[in-house]
Design a protein around this ligand. Structure first.
Ligand code: CTP
Ligand code: MG
Length: 231
């Protein structure tokens, strides 16, 4: 099966603040979104890579792209326009891919720049066998749920935190998006695929694969990068 990776960089990064959306901020001199491009390409250079971003940032991206090392600029990538929310961005990414029935599709948040080659390998491999692969980690915090103006403790046992990349057979993902009710709220693709009746296979995530969400996460991501990637 062909490998198609969709890197979602179409958000506005409101919680992270800053002058430009978080996915464009350079970490160790490389724009955040490009770390994910590198991870997919390093595992399999034949992977077709689509980056989804808002057209309003195409000019900024031209400037950042021109500053990338030449070896990086040799990696072929396709740019697609972002949608009004995450799921519409995924849909736009899917629309640019032909013959989805012959492909495995990885959907990955550009906000997770600490994507390792091992995690990429695991997700492709398991999705190749089972049709889907959704990386998850056990919750480590104690949990409380807000309820009736107070809070009640929640059992942490069996709670999994979901990451990306989430990999699916292209025909499953295409069908799930085709049948989606546009007003239904799904925060990830696994929920949508499962609601369409396809099996979702969970695999081991990576605790280092954090999502940069708030300002402190830039510091954490940079520290992890220095320790993990040693570029
Ligand atoms: N995303 C996207 N298109 C959108 C919204 C989000 O491609 N219309 C992407 C983001 O760029 C990010 C990923 O989805 O890589 C996960 O979303 P999140 O972490 O919530 O990022 P933002 O929506 O940009 O941040 P915020 O919610 O704080 O505004
Ligand atoms: Mg968001």
């Amino acid at each position: 099966m062909r490998r198609e990776a969709i890197i979602l960089a179409g958000g506005s990064g409101t919680r992270a603040g800053g002058e430009m959306p978080k996915q464009f901020v350079e970490l160790l001199g490389i724009p955040m979104l490009w770390w994910s491009v590198r991870a997919f390409h390093a595992y399999d250079p034949s992977t077709a890579i689509t980056i989804v971003m808002h057209p309003g940032f195409f000019d900024l991206w031209d400037i950042l792209y021109a500053r990338l090392p030449e070896t990086d600029r040799r990696i072929p990538v396709r740019l697609v326009c972002g949608g009004r929310d995450r799921s519409h961005s995924v849909e736009n990414g899917l629309m640019g891919i032909e013959n989805l029935q012959d492909a495995l599709v990885a959907v990955h948040d550009a906000a997770r720049p600490l994507l390792s080659r091992d995690l990429v390998a695991r997700c492709w491999e398991i999705a190749g066998q089972k049709g889907s692969a959704v990386p998850c980690c056990p919750e480590v915090n104690s949990l409380r749920r807000v309820s009736d103006g107070g809070t009640v403790p929640m059992d942490r046992d069996g709670i999994l935190v979901v990451q990306t990349p989430q990999v699916f057979r292209g025909d499953w993902l295409e069908d799930a998006y085709r049948r989606r009710q546009s007003d239904a709220a799904f925060t990830d693709d696994a929920s949508l695929v499962q609601a369409a009746g396809y099996p979702v296979t969970v695999c081991d995530g990576d605790p280092a694969n954090i999502k940069v969400t708030t300002p402190v996460d830039f510091t954490i991501a940079t520290a992890l990068m220095q320790a993990v990637f040693k570029h």
